[in-house]
Design a binder for this molecule. Structure first.
Ligand code: ATP
Ligand code: MG
Length: 217
């Protein structure tokens, strides 16, 4: 087993994960395999104030994520937002991580193009850059957003980027899988199979708990 160093760059992918899918998972794995991160925390939100509602309860969204990453030691299903409860604010998530990770160590908050476009509406969003860097990942079917107003220094080189503990931003193209949780929920609500879009263990939990069988998106 590879030892995971506490001083190497860390990536954090937050989301609703309702349910987690291959787009999230391949992105997370590519961060470790290709982009220089030692580990990737996948952090399901407790109570997404910016989304109308989630379809599956927080404990089930977390369980699906745990099953999905069980075979990959570099991917962590991180329950901190669900344990904290209430409205999830990314700045609180990063503050909590910073209490465990030395100040000089690089943290990247990872965000897809679609969510990046909305980030300036988030609670204390500018505080995010004082705690971490922000890595925008291209998402197929979503035009690249204009993020020049962000209070960050845009970094052209991945090694320079990884050397900084916080305050930088960068946009990269990793995996390009046009998969969304919405699509999976819609397939299941229509009585179709979502196989191969998410791991079989996730599909087992969906079936066991009759998740997404009624359309709500
Ligand atoms: P929903 O359809 O319910 O919004 P989703 O597929 O967008 O679900 P989220 O949990 O909302 O998944 O996304 C969490 C994070 O992962 C966001 O930053 C989002 O942009 C990113 N993301 C989701 N799917 C992909 C994908 N296929 N490729 C790259 N990034 C993705
Ligand atoms: Mg989404």
């Amino acid at each position: 087993m590879t030892a995971i160093s506490a001083s190497k760059p860390i990536a954090v992918l937050g989301g609703t994960f309702d349910p987690v899918h291959a787009g999230h998972l391949r992105t997370a794995l590519a961060l470790q395999q290709q982009a220089g991160f030692s580990r990737v925390h996948l952090v399901p939100c407790a109570d997404p104030y910016h989304k109308a509602r989630t379809c599956a309860a927080a404990d089930l969204r977390l369980r699906m994520l745990q099953v999905a990453v069980a075979a990959e030691p570099c991917l962590l299903a991180d329950p901190r937002d669900i344990i904290r409860g209430g409205a999830t604010y990314t700045v609180d998530t990063l503050r909590s991580l910073r209490q465990e990770i030395p100040q000089g160590v690089h943290i990247s908050w990872v965000i897809g193009d679609d969510a990046a476009r909305e980030m300036h509406h988030w609670h204390d969003w500018q505080g995010i850059f004082a705690l971490a860097n922000v890595l925008v990942v291209a998402r197929p079917g979503v035009p690249a957003p204009d993020l020049q107003h962000w209070p960050a220094t845009w970094c052209a080189d991945q090694q320079d980027y990884l050397a900084s503990p916080c305050g930088l931003a960068r946009r990269v193209e990793l995996t390009q899988l046009d998969i969304s949780s919405t699509e999976i929920r819609q397939l299941i609500a229509a009585g179709h199979s979502a196989r191969y879009l998410t791991p079989d263990g996730v599909l087992d939990i969906i079936a066991e708990h009759h998740l997404y069988e009624r359309s709500s998106t």
